[in-house]
Design a protein around this ligand. Sequence first.
Ligand code: ATP
Ligand code: LTN
Length: 343
Amino acid sequence: MSSEQSSKKRVFSGIQPTGNIHIGNYLGAVRNWVIHQKEKENFFCIVDLHSLTVKQDPDELRRQTRSLAAILLASGIDPSASTLFIQSHVAAHAEGCWLLNCVTPIGWLQRMTQFKDKSVQQETISAALLDYPVLQAADIILYDAHEVPVGEDQKQHVELSRDIAQRFNHLYEHEFFVVPEPVIPKSAARVMGLDDPTAKMAKTYAHVRGHAVRLLDEPDEIMYVFKRAVTDSGREIRFSDDPERAGVNNLLEIYKAVTSKTPEEVERDFADARGYGDLKVRVAEVVIEMVNPIRERYKTLMEDPAKLDRLLAIGAEQAAAVSVPKLAEMKRIMGLVLPGESR
Ligand code: ATP
Ligand code: LTN
């Protein structure tokens, strides 16, 4: 590691390869990874082991994992500034998860909102679904990450990672793990569903037409989905926290995030709009402009799967160079005998 790199704050974040990546994921997380990557030392992880906590079709999971890698590169993740890798390629994550399981009280996991939400949707709840945030904690703290840039919905999980790091430090060795901070964007931290502006736009439902704008959607589809977006019976185009007006607020939030304008500038842009129809078309237009180049770069990247695999292999090697020694030290601290250690 160069001295320039070591003085930079370390960033870790992850994204599941299942479901369709949508503008909520992009604006709430991925775009911020890209924007700040030159100022930081970054690890971005495709968390395939997290995806397995609910049932997956094996072939589909494999296909989506490669596809997501290409989408992240097409979105601007630069392998010379960021390490991009697949979680299951670095076994330290799963091993670290086991060790952290041994210091995590089960009550902390049962309280997690995501566990409660996801478990009601399952016929059988896997042990892994409960354990999901411990694997996430291992992801983060094995890299001694200072910052974890995520959308609002992941704040609770990152706070749990802090608690687990602090508990380990308290039980074994002060300051062994860096205690990470969630970094939540000011804009688009929680993009809402276009068919239901009271619920977050979710990958799991991104296949339902009208719910989400997916990053690979063609312009016609994006226009169609925005035109059908749920609003209200009024006419006023203003930001509002009134739940009745959540649809219009969501459209304005998306426009604000895409254009990086202030709320005042956004409202001024729509001062001359002829009703919600106009608003929907103009929001669709800025989104189309944002995703067009990503979709085009994605197509090119998918033409060379061998190159993609090579990049991911390099990423896994770089990630292992940091997390494997940290895991070995963690094992030593916890009293495990390391192979070849003759003490
Ligand atoms: P699901 O909701 O179906 O479980 P997801 O859409 O949350 O999936 P993830 O891979 O779990 O997808 O999330 C990747 C990143 O995108 C995380 O940082 C998450 O906080 C962020 N994110 C997800 N949904 C939104 C949203 N609607 N608005 C802003 N950020 C989001
Ligand atoms: N649970 C996260 C994905 C995730 C993650 C991480 C995010 C897994 N490991 C580490 C940040 C840091 C989600 O977005 N659903």
